[in-house]
Write a protein that binds this ligand. Structure first.
Ligand SMILES: Nc1ncnc2c1ncn2[C@@H]1O[C@H](COP(=O)(O)OP(=O)(O)OP(=O)(O)O)[C@@H](O)[C@H]1O
Ligand SMILES: [Mg+2]
Length: 288
């Protein structure tokens, strides 16, 4: 893939990754995509997780038809479909709920998977400013392809038990992927999630920061807050609903994190917010 050959206006590919499950990948990917769209950028979310959690935050099951599915990105000869647009002005290359075909991408040859993914990513990079990729909790073809394509990678970590081993295994996996593809895969930052202000978490945070070595740990941290879970279930960013104290608190914390991520990926409010690309849905043959 010729991603490095692009000019300075190239789209940025922001990947949220950790092979550990339930650490907040989808939560963060969803909010980053919404945040960038609100700043006026043309944003495409790509859901590589066969659980389809990110897709279901943007579109109902019934709405996810006749569009570009993420499994298509792993096909050398993909059916011609366009990303679907959503009410929050983020376009999406979606996964179905329990997307068996996307799961089966792990059975194809890694080289072929990466080649198709890279080739299919290229035209998308011409259409958008930011591609935000949510990944599955597994080290495999999809995670490797996303890692290779990333211009920025964020790794959420949960400060419960095993935070240190979690960080170490992410670093090991990325080193392995780097070795495989012949160039290092760089982590932009670790994001601490579900912090509780208790002594055990303060100790875990210090240990994790020590284990992270030179890795950048974002200053903004997400606290465990049920408003985050509720907002995600309702399919709205946390900053859109601020009626209770917990909601206002989570909105503030999430926006602080988004601004820090934004500064790391070169996003700032545009004076004249752009409009997301309006796609004309193309007809084609799908494997759905
Ligand atoms: N800071 C938080 N406070 C409260 N709930 C949270 C927080 N972060 C995430 N959650 C909730 O925890 C659950 C897991 O989060 P999420 O789905 O983002 O993790 P994930 O890493 O994408 O999981 P998977 O590996 O299964 O894809 C979700 O229900 C989400 O709403
Ligand atoms: Mg997820």
């Amino acid at each position: 893939m010729s991603l490095q050959k692009r000019t300075k206006e190239q789209a940025k590919v922001v990947v949220i990754e950790n092979q550990k499950g339930g650490v907040g990948k989808t939560t963060i990917a969803y909010h980053v995509a919404c945040f960038l769209a609100e700043l006026g950028y043309r944003v495409l979310a790509i859901d590589l997780d066969p659980q389809g959690n990110l897709s279901s935050r943007f579109l109902s099951r019934a709405e996810r038809i006749n569009g570009y599915r993420s499994v298509h990105m792993f096909m050398a000869d993909r059916p011609v479909f366009a990303p679907l647009s959503t009410s929050v002005e983020v376009d999406i290359v979606y996964a179905l709920d329990r997307d068996v075909e996307l799961g089966n991408v792990e059975r194809i040859d890694l080289g072929a998977a990466m080649m198709s993914f890279g080739t299919n990513l290229e035209p998308l990079m011409d259409d958008y400013d930011y591609l935000v990729i949510d990944t599955p909790p597994a080290h495999g073809n999809k995670m490797t392809a996303a890692s290779l394509a990333s211009t920025h990678m964020f790794v959420p970590v949960e400060l419960a038990a095993f935070a240190v081993t979690g960080v170490e295994s992410v670093m090991e996996t990325l080193a392995e992927i780097g070795h495989l593809v012949g160039r290092p895969v760089k982590i932009t930052g670790l994001i601490c999630n579900r912090i509780r202000n208790i002594e055990a978490h303060r100790t875990a945070l210090a240990e994790m920061q020590a284990a992270a070595g030179n890795l950048h740990v974002l200053k903004s941290k997400l606290y465990a807050n049920t408003a985050i879970d509720t907002a995600l279930r309702d399919g709205i960013p946390v900053w859109k609903k601020k009626t209770s104290g917990a909601q206002r608190e989570s909105a503030k914390i999430m926006l602080t994190l988004m601004k820090e991520i934004g500064s790391l990926i070169g996003a700032k409010a545009k004076s004249k917010p752009g409009k997301p690309v309006k796609k004309v849905k193309q007809q084609g043959v799908t494997t759905a």
